[in-house]
Design a protein around this ligand. Structure first.
Ligand SMILES: *Cc1c(COP(=O)(O)O)cnc(C)c1O
Length: 404
């Protein structure tokens, strides 16, 4: 049998043998990639419609980003923040400009950006707002995903993410997502921040009702509360604009960025805010050995430059309409709902038909990689370099899977 000669089954077993089982990967072992395509150890090609959960917005091995990484590897890779390196100033200035903020604070992973945002908001609350020591609270939304640290899972409403990891960090209030009245109720004089995803990615690309983000902005301003937008997955071109908040004309007090900021090459995250907020931090109060390292800055500066032209945002908006329209055409043909903005879609499969996992396995067999979430939902987030033909191909494969 030809299958006996394939390396995949053995390679899958090999990969699972000595790892903790905190993931349930699709049985594909990837060995190379370019643009929107990856190739497995048997030479089979797949269209990557997950794009590293949006860490690969510019596709695999974007030539500009790879060149920046190569050049930097030959010069300087790490100094720590104990010293200043020559890649730091450009990165901070250009990212701050992209965000329209005074300052940035570089970290590595998304969870660290969220933790940074929480720490800054609390300190701002005590030092600027005048909240009594130890009394600060932050309001978050049901169905949120902000990362995996003990503090962050403390305010998760997903039992897989949270159960058996207590004791939990106090100081968080959870309200239904998209419900302004509930948010208004939850805010009190000790509230320092509202922390939200402008679109909830892990929850299944859930877009809040029109006007919600504007309402959150008004409420936060009125009550002297920081609006922290977790744009780690929604930001940097994914939704057809630089930030998802822009689609309601809203500017948060703090952006949390990650994923695509590292160009799919190195982990880079950041918090961006004005001086009255980020300025509360003094030397020694926060940091990271690798945060803002030369390699990270060299790559991320090029990411910011790619975004500064607006080309990727326009692509995402235009191609996104094609993707969303194609998928909406499958409602009633195996899909019960399609949500999304730009090149980001959450599809609810008729649960009577198959699970999200099953659909992803079948898509994989047809050469398309995607990821399920929450039972019967799958998420499509192809790299922004995808072409019209490739989008049509992906939609056709979804249709074929649903048709059984
Ligand atoms: C992925 C993600 C995070 C966490 O990022 P990591 O780099 O995995 O720590 C936080 N918030 C959102 C919205 C995310 O999508």
């Amino acid at each position: 049998m030809i299958e006996d000669m394939l390396r995949t089954p053995a390679a899958v077993q090999d990969a699972e043998r000595h790892t903790a089982h905190n993931y349930h990967p699709l049985p594909v072992v990837i060995s190379s990639a370019e643009g929107a395509w990856v190739t497995d150890v048997d030479g089979k090609r797949y269209l990557d419609c997950l794009a590293g959960y949006s860490a690969l917005n510019f596709g695999h091995r974007h030539p500009t980003l790879i060149a920046a990484a190569h050049a930097q590897l030959d010069k300087l890779t790490l100094t720590s923040r104990a010293f200043i390196h020559d890649q730091f100033a450009d990165f901070c200035r250009e990212l701050a400009a992209l965000c329209g903020k005074d300052l940035v604070l570089p970290m590595n992973t998304g969870a660290e950006a969220v933790e940074t945002g929480i720490k800054v908001a609390r300190k701002w609350g005590y030092q600027v707002k005048g909240v009594p020591d130890g009394q600060a609270n932050i309001v978050v939304a049901e169905g949120n995903f902000h990362g995996r640290t003990t503090t962050i899972v403390s305010f998760s409403t997903d039992s897989d993410a949270r159960a058996d990891f207590g004791p939990y960090t106090p100081g968080f209030r959870i309200v239904p997502y998209g419900d302004l009245a509930a948010l208004t109720e939850a805010i009190d004089e000790h509230t320092v921040a509202v922390l939200l995803e402008p679109i909830q990615g892990e929850q299944g690309v859930v877009v809040p009702p029109e006007g919600y983000l504007r309402g959150v902005r008004l409420l936060c301003t009125e009550r002297n509360v920081l609006f922290i937008a977790d744009e780690i997955q929604s930001g940097l071109g994914r939704t057809g604009t630089t930030f998802a908040c822009e689609q309601e004309g809203v500017v948060p007090d703090m952006y949390l960025l990650g994923k695509a900021l590292g160009g799919g090459i190195v982990p880079v995250s950041a918090v961006a805010a004005d001086t009255d907020v980020l300025g509360v931090l003094q030397p020694g109060q926060h940091g990271s050995t690798f945060g803002g390292n030369p390699l990270a800055c060299a790559v991320a500066t090029e990411v910011v430059r790619l975004l500064a032209t607006g080309e990727f945002q326009r692509r995402s908006a235009a191609l996104g309409e094609r993707l969303q329209a194609g998928l909406r055409g499958l409602i009633g043909k195996g899909l019960v709902a399609v949500r999304g903005r730009g090149l980001w879609a959450g599809l609810d499969i008729d649960p009577a038909l198959m699970s999200g996992r099953k659909a992803c396995e079948r898509l994989m067999e047809r050469g398309v990689l995607a990821k399920d979430t929450h039972g019967s939902t799958i998420r499509l987030a192809p790299p922004l370099v995808i072409t019209e033909e490739e989008i049509d191909h992906a939609v056709a494969q979804v249709a074929a899977v649903l048709a059984g």
